[in-house]
Design a protein around this ligand. Structure first.
Ligand code: NIG
Ligand code: FE
Length: 422
């Protein structure tokens, strides 16, 4: 244990401590290796973890700071704070009417082509004041945290003009500054082609490349750049051009890939060495082989198929067996997946993707950390890493997918401080 560090937070007598110590990232059989310790303890100094191990050993040794907190977690499960690596939290209005249209038989793309979908969110976001967007997104961010999440990736993508994309990314920056949640911003100007460029698709791609990306980079508003690579949205060639331009400005690539059809998005992700390829419901066999050899994280979003009323699911078992780095996310957005519950996604991953509780937990911690470029500091409970910790009101971590649709979070610790369940 790091000597002479005064302990500000001690969580002891932990029924099941899921440390995630081990390989970074987790592939194949290792995905189920969660580093479980029974009767565990975690000692924190400030915002840093300084000791993890057996409760009796640690509790006897620590040097407690004058102002310290001790939490006794008998019969509870403790995990790293969950990480949600794919969210669209900045929007002005919800789209429940489209949900009802889908119940009546309309398809997601059909609604989009008729002017609904992303373009309807664009119209309302452009009119909204930054404070209005902030107040709405703040609710989403804090609800995610109430469900055990301590870091998220957050996309723009409902502005689709230089001004409105910057407005969205500035909201994300403000949330990052003011709220307990850490947000990792992604520029998603290539989410859709806005109304005014409907007949000038090529010109919009040029605008993203020549104006938006430099403007976002200059203001240091995004770490990553994402593209909706899909039939009828952006082609593989356009996506490549956009992502390469963003890489030149220091943004790592992410891709909405093979969500509604097999379009070669996974292959492009492997070719570019993208940080993540997301959705992948229709990933090709070649795409699986390529991602298995790559360091790109496959972020699977079973809540999206669920909320779109589709039965198809990403071939998660095959991807895991072949060695693809698999993660999971809510895809929280007003169109295709209106949820802030990452635990609910873990239930869907069990039922739809046949992933075990252990695999899903590794997917939303250590592997999700890699999907936001933070595999070195987040997603595991290990000495020297950031003290982001979730305490669950359950005796066995396998209750997480099993006890579905209910919030089992007891407490959330962010940067060493209790922020939920004080
Ligand atoms: O991840 N696929 C594109 N983007 C979102 C949906 C956005 C929307 O419908 O507003 C997604 O599913
Ligand atoms: Fe998405």
């Amino acid at each position: 244990m790091a000597k002479n560090k005064k302990i500000t937070l001690l969580i002891k007598n932990i029924g099941q401590l899921v440390t995630m110590q081990g390989q970074v990232p987790r592939r194949g059989k290792d995905l189920a290796d969660i580093g479980l310790i029974e009767n565990g303890a975690v000692a924190v100094s400030g915002d840093e973890i300084v000791a993890v191990g057996n409760s009796d050993e640690i509790a006897g040794k620590v040097d407690l700071a004058e102002n310290h907190t001790v939490i006794s977690a008998e019969n509870q499960v403790v995990t790293p704070g969950l990480i949600d690596p794919h969210t669209h939290p900045v929007f002005a209005q919800t789209r429940e009417m489209e949900f009802e249209m889908r119940l009546a038989g309309k398809g997601y793309m059909e609604i989009a082509e008729a002017g609904g979908g992303i373009r309807s969110s664009v119209r309302s976001l452009r009119e909204a004041e930054p404070d209005e967007l902030y107040a709405r997104a703040r609710k989403t961010v804090n609800t995610l945290m109430a469900y055990g999440v301590t870091s998220i990736e957050a996309k723009s993508g409902y502005g689709l003009s230089t001004e409105a994309e910057i407005k969205s990314l500035e909201v994300i920056a403000r949330l990052n500054e003011n709220e307990a949640m850490d947000l990792y911003p992604t520029f998603l100007g290539a989410h859709e082609v806005p109304d005014e460029y409907r007949d000038r698709h090529e010109e919009y791609v040029d605008l993203v490349i020549n104006e938006m990306i430099p403007a976002v980079a200059e203001r240091k508003l995004a770490l990553f750049c994402d593209v909706f690579c899909e039939d009828g949205v952006f082609t593989v060639d356009e996506s490549r051009r956009i992502l390469q331009a963003a890489e030149k400005h220091g943004m790592r690539s992410k891709i909405h890939a093979d969500e509604l059809k097999s379009t070669g998005g996974a292959e492009l992700a492997a070719e570019l060495g993208a940080l993540s390829a997301d959705h992948l419901v229709y990933i090709s066999p070649k795409g699986i082989d390529l991602l298995a050899k790559a360091n790109t994280v496959a972020v699977l979003l079973p809540g999206t198929s669920f909320a779109l009323g589709l039965n198809e699911a990403a071939p998660a078992r095959e991807m895991i067996d072949k060695g693809v780095i698999v993660s999971l996310s809510t895809d929280c957005n007003p169109g295709s997946s209106m949820t802030e519950s990452l635990p609910m996604i873990i239930s869907l991953a069990a039922l739809k993707l046949k992933m075990t509780a252990a695999e899903s937990l590794a997917a939303v911690t250590v592997n999700a950390a890699c999907a936001i470029g933070r595999g070195d500091t987040l997603g595991r409970l290990e000495s020297g890493l950031t003290a982001d910790i979730t305490i669950w009101d359950m005796k066995d971590y396998r209750e997480l997918p099993y006890h579905y649709g209910v919030n089992m979070v007891k407490m959330v610790v962010k940067n060493g401080k209790v922020v939920v369940g004080r």
